[in-house]
Design a protein around this ligand. Structure first.
Ligand code: X90
Length: 275
């Protein structure tokens, strides 16, 4: 059996393919915890966190949870959140070694997305498409690594409180926390960490900046995936700006799951684009 697996930072609990499985990360405080398995009421979680004065944290999927997702499969494709910010990729590699000990004929590839959310979803869709076209395991691996090189991830955040609290942004970026009304625009860097590229005030300015960025990385009407944390409005405004230049662009808009909602915070959007 073939299996397609991602950690829950890919925002998707179900894909068209029934052999897809999401492996949850954990979001927690000293008092409660949320397993990011699709059961989180995002709006409630955000409210609760915004009112909470203590610290909050996340942790990567356990090795056991990866292994139980692999169970029964002989050909396995795993896409993880960036190894630059999370231990998730490593825990998947450990699970792979353990699984191969007891299933020596299995084939497993773990893709480090050096990114998150939409880029992971796009990689999974690519893998499924390549399998449908009849490619071998080795070909799917090569072509997917190449695809990941060509997809770019952008984000717009109006708070980086949780990223800063958990040491996932540099001190320089963290010093901007709380400047009201300013959004931070950034990208996943080549080594899979957060890189700020601009700041903007107001949706119009945000969209103008993004459109300039997209053309500077060579966007030419390809596929775009936009996940949003309770900000469908900005996602749709961006989609219509893109469509006004590229009429037939294939754009999907969907809500962020638990992990990305926690880090991108309310009003954040994360965008994957094919270049
Ligand atoms: O292992 C863990 O506990 C998970 C840590 C995840 C840390 C970062 C998640 C960022 C999610 C923020 C905008 C996009 C960032 C681009 C990443 C290179 C969303």
């Amino acid at each position: 059996m073939v299996k397609y697996i991602a950690d829950s930072s890919c925002d998707i609990q179900k894909l068209e393919n029934e052999n897809f499985e999401s492996v949850p990360l954990l979001i927690y405080t000293d008092e409660w915890k949320y397993l990011d398995d699709g059961s989180i009421d995002i709006s409630e979680m955000l409210d609760k966190l915004e009112k909470y004065n203590g610290r909050s944290y996340t942790s990567c999927p356990t090795v056991e949870s990866w292994i139980s997702a692999f169970e029964g499969a002989g050909e396995i494709y795993v896409v993880t959140i960036t190894s630059g910010l999370s231990g998730t990729y490593n825990s998947a590699l450990i699970a792979k070694d353990i699984y191969l000990d007891s299933h020596p004929d299995a084939k497993i590839e773990v893709f480090d997305s050096l990114s998150t959310g939409p880029e992971m979803k796009m990689a999974l869709e690519k893998i499924m498409e390549l399998k449908k076209e009849g490619h071998t395991f080795e070909e799917v691996c090569t072509l997917t690594h190449k695809y990941l090189d060509d997809v770019r991830l952008f984000f717009v955040l109006s708070s980086i409180h949780n990223l800063a609290q958990n040491g996932r942004v540099s001190k320089v970026i963290a010093s901007a926390v709380g400047i009201l009304g300013i959004s931070i625009i950034g990208i996943a860097s080549e080594i899979g960490i957060i890189k700020q590229i601009s700041r903007a005030r107001g949706d119009r300015h945000v969209i103008k900046t993004l459109m300039e960025q997209f053309s500077s990385v060579g966007y030419n009407g390809g596929k775009i995936s936009i996940c949003n944390v309770q900000n469908i409005n900005l996602a749709e405004k961006l989609a219509s700006a893109i469509r006004s230049k590229f009429e037939n662009a294939d754009i999907s808009i969907y809500p962020a799951g638990g992990l990305c909602s926690y880090y991108a915070e309310r009003n954040g959007i994360i965008i994957g684009i094919e270049t």
